[in-house]
Design a protein around this ligand. Sequence first.
Ligand code: APR
Length: 252
Amino acid sequence: MSDTGDASALVRDAVRVVVFTGAGMSAESGLDTYRNDESGLWDRVDPEAMASIDAWRRDPEPMWSWYLWRAHLARAAEPNAGHRAVADWGRLRSVTVVTQNIDDLHERAGSDDVVHLHGSLFEFRCTECAAPFEVREFPEVRVSSMRPPGCVRCGGAVRPGVVWFGEALPAAEWERAAEALVGADLVVIVGTSGVVQPAASLPLLAVEAGVPVLEITPAPTELTRIADVSWSTTAALGLPLLVDAVRTRGIP
Ligand code: APR
């Protein structure tokens, strides 16, 4: 694992940056990661039962309740110093955030070029006709089951706008992410175990295009092997130091 010096050397001259993030990016905002040893979300919740299109078709009510509760938790969380550093970086250089996260903490920190590969807790659509649907209120107490509203156009069940296991990633977002990664002059991977496909294969496109990769992670991941530098720190500690290096570098 490398240190601040190696990481800062990589970022100083970068002008087109992609920051590729996962759940670890929001860990210091108090939101769960999925696979953190025994404390991950999927150690407490069965993803097949609560995050798959098959389970939704069988019985949408437990899932509807759980995703509204997760939206409440994400809305109650605050962007951390890592989210804010990425947004600051975006005011100094061209920065595209490609995230697997379904929270809106990058946007609330001020990042304005964010690609959500797995959708968003704050977008909703009809399961049947895909008509968009707005939900403004989120429950402050978790309940085990809630009936989803009916689509105003066709009566179908309204669903969260997230990508579940068994579903394809949105093609437009995939294309945007792939284009940004191969056209970047630096990719920074933060807070992802790199185990979920196809998202985890995206950074490989950058490697194949000869783009240098910096990973910020407290522990080795499936993507550590493709990183030019893997820096053993956290999102909220490491990213502000990187942006300080960019600031002291000044105009490229
Ligand atoms: N800073 C940086 N990284 C961290 C921090 C932190 N403070 N805390 C934990 N991490 C790291 C963990 O070490 C782990 O490698 O973040 C990573 C989180 O990995 P996962 O929990 O697997 O989350 P992620 O990679 O985003 O999962 C991908 O899986 O279930 C699906 O749709 C879900 O988008 C999610 C996808």
